[in-house]
Design a protein around this ligand. Sequence first.
Ligand code: G5P
Ligand code: MG
Length: 227
Amino acid sequence: MLNTLLMLKAVIIGAPGCGKGTISSRIIDHFNVKHIATGDILRSHIAQNTTLGLKAKEYMNKGLLVPDDLMIDLVKNEVKDLKCNYLLDGFPRTYDQAMALFKNHLSPNCVMHINVPKEVIIDRLSKRWIHPASGRVYNLDFNAPKKPGIDDITGEKLIQRDDDKPEAIKKRLETFDQTIKPLLDYYDNREVLDTFTGNTTDEIWPRIYEHLNIRIPPLKRLEPRNT
Ligand code: G5P
Ligand code: MG
């Protein structure tokens, strides 16, 4: 039986469109965990035309990874002083990023790898709409907004991401395939990796809930039909 963790330092990892953002929203709804999504942070820098945003945009729109040094500085600043449970979504993405966490005594104690078939992912991304200010994610088939093109909570407009164009999706998936193996091997050797395979978030989510439920106290119980 696993001991309850004093502090959860979790990572959610997986191909573009596998559902990291969607599952993260359910996690923060059910557990007291701070969600730090590097893609959302970068998109907010782009929207505000910061120096980092201008640099990151060149890479992101082409489906390429933003250079490690920029990402490592960004994440170190976000997590180094945190005293609460947190969930990194989209970091680390390379072995060097994982090493940077290690060197800064920030290695995760729970790595959740979401594994969804590629053909399922490509279909999803073309139908994704997001609310940029909150990072809320919708999909025309799976979780459509109540009013088309409008965020359910704020009533603000939804947008499509620039990197959800077919060429960028292809490149992002290729980049993922080229970088993921050493990262998974590394966390597997450290015995913190668990892989969750499935075609849908609804199928994967109860397993993630149970995985976290034995590590930290939940805010609410899992409702089987309405999560
Ligand atoms: P991001 O923002 O981290 P990606 O490419 O890793 O982007 P993405 O696209 O955000 O990942 P996701 O979060 O895994 O995907 O998936 P999601 O948004 O929850 O779900 C995708 C769609 O499927 C949504 O429309 C959702 O509603 C729908 N969906 C979910 N579940 C289901 C289901 O069961 N059924 C159906 N039908 N639909 C479903 O990073 C973006 C870029 O930032 C840079 C890189 O350039 C990267 O490409 N970046 C970094 N660069 C270097 N290092 C880092 N650490 C970086 N982090 C970000
Ligand atoms: Mg995401």
